[in-house]
Design a protein around this ligand. Structure first.
Ligand SMILES: Nc1ncnc2c1ncn2[C@@H]1O[C@H](COP(=O)(O)OP(=O)(O)OP(=O)(O)O)[C@@H](O)[C@H]1O
Ligand SMILES: Nc1ncnc2c1ncn2[C@@H]1O[C@H](COP(=O)(O)OP(=O)(O)OP(=O)(O)O)[C@@H](O)[C@H]1O
Ligand SMILES: [Mg+2]
Ligand SMILES: [Mg+2]
Lengths: 220, 220
């Protein structure tokens, strides 16, 4: 499904270069559950944004289903992002003026569809993350772990084949984190591909394999 | 140092009342290291904001050093917040247009003092959290765990007697989280009082005691 060769990402800050990724080679089969682990600042979120077609590498190649992502048209990219990939951001990225269910409905608005069906789907997935009593709260009216779960729900609402989750249980107590793990496990059993940046041992122990990153390269 | 009686916090949303805290009684001695644990949405951050004088309860009393916080003048409250309390927010609350060192200098600006001394103090505490190479980055140019550490540095820059940390290692890998724990341990040995909301067993195991919250009340 995913094949990257020598992915580099350089951030230029005045006369300083920050080498966030220094040549990442990654092969991920469809249906795998991968845990990405590594120190703070080692390049995990940068890599996830590139894998999710939300950012482009400075150099290197990224084949998604055998096609070079950097050659895709704007339409094809947008389609991949909206239909194929569900992204849980480390900082949630919820829209502050929208209620929880409106935030979760948003990805469904692009594919057309009846409003009632969209509403039902959003409420169903919010229930799956335990937020049925919080659907009308805006992000500022939610706890940290509740915002995290809205972000997870939004990533799943479009039934994506590839789920990219950047530290999905960082703000959750162990019981709620376990429930999210169970949700990911059932998604995996349905045949989806999951890539989770995590330092949660429960997630890394369930994963098919662990990819370790340090200083912008994969080690081991 | 801290004594609360029957603290309640009710959020009104239209015709619905959200009872975030339903009568919290807490006694904390100076020099204690307390871990607060509980499920997502149970009221931990709400309680922390009240303890840090950043929010007021709907009812109940809060004595800080024997004085009712709700009777303090605006000046006395501001003084307590700036000089006595260091608060690490669960969502960091960094100013996006300021560099890391400028964010950390901010609490020192209120107490007057030479610019050179303020700069040095900010850089010292950023070094203590491992960010000496990131001091000129703005929050959007930092990883999640780096932002969390800037928030920690900013909370400590004023040498507060009371440190309130709301999930301070949620975005950190185990090694970096351990370094933060060691920093908290040394602060504690210096005689400071620390209250940390956490689901990190390393922090809860070091704590003098664990306060458990569920549905807005303390249990056990
Ligand atoms: N402004 C608000 N209006 C309405 N409800 C709110 C508001 N702020 C918080 N809440 C609700 O109050 C409850 C307690 O929130 P709080 O942030 O204290 O939880 P928490 O224990 O810190 O959770 P977490 O571990 O997920 O951070 C939550 O269920 C939340 O939805
Ligand atoms: N826009 C930017 N400009 C400059 N440097 C950046 C920028 N964005 C990220 N960085 C740097 O790139 C490095 C990698 O960042 P990244 O967010 O990928 O780390 P991470 O592994 O996800 O860390 P964490 O576990 O703390 O979330 C960090 O050291 C960060 O400071
Ligand atoms: Mg990250
Ligand atoms: Mg909280």
């Amino acid at each position: 499904l995913i094949e990257t060769k020598q992915i580099k990402k350089v951030y230029k800050m005045g006369n300083i270069d920050v080498n966030a990724l220094r040549g990442v080679n990654l092969n991920i089969e469809e249906g795998e559950f991968i845990a990405i682990m590594g120190p703070s600042g080692s390049g995990k979120s940068t890599l996830m944004h590139i894998l999710g077609c939300l950012d482009t590498p400075t150099s290197g190649t990224y084949l998604f289903r055998g096609r070079e992502v950097q050659d895709l048209s704007e339409d094809e990219l947008a389609n991949t992002r909206n239909r194929e990939v569900g992204f849980v951001f480390q900082t949630f990225n919820l829209l502050p003026r929208m209620k929880a269910f409106e935030n979760v409905e948003l990805p469904l608005m692009y594919s057309g569809g009846r409003a009632a069906a969209i509403r039902k789907r959003a409420l169903d997935v919010l229930e799956r993350v335990g937020l049925e009593d919080r659907v009308n709260h805006r992000p500022t009216e939610l706890s940290g772990g509740e915002r995290q779960r809205v972000a997870i729900a939004r990533a799943l609402v479009n039934n994506p084949k590839l789920v990219l989750a950047d530290e999905p249980t960082g703000n959750l107590d162990s019981k709620t984190g376990h429930e999210i793990m169970e949700l990911f496990r059932s998604l995996h059993k349905e045949g989806r591909t999951l890539i989770a940046v995590t330092h949660d041992p429960e997630i890394s122990e369930y994963a098919d394999r662990i990819v370790k990153i340090r200083d912008g390269i994969i080690i081991d």
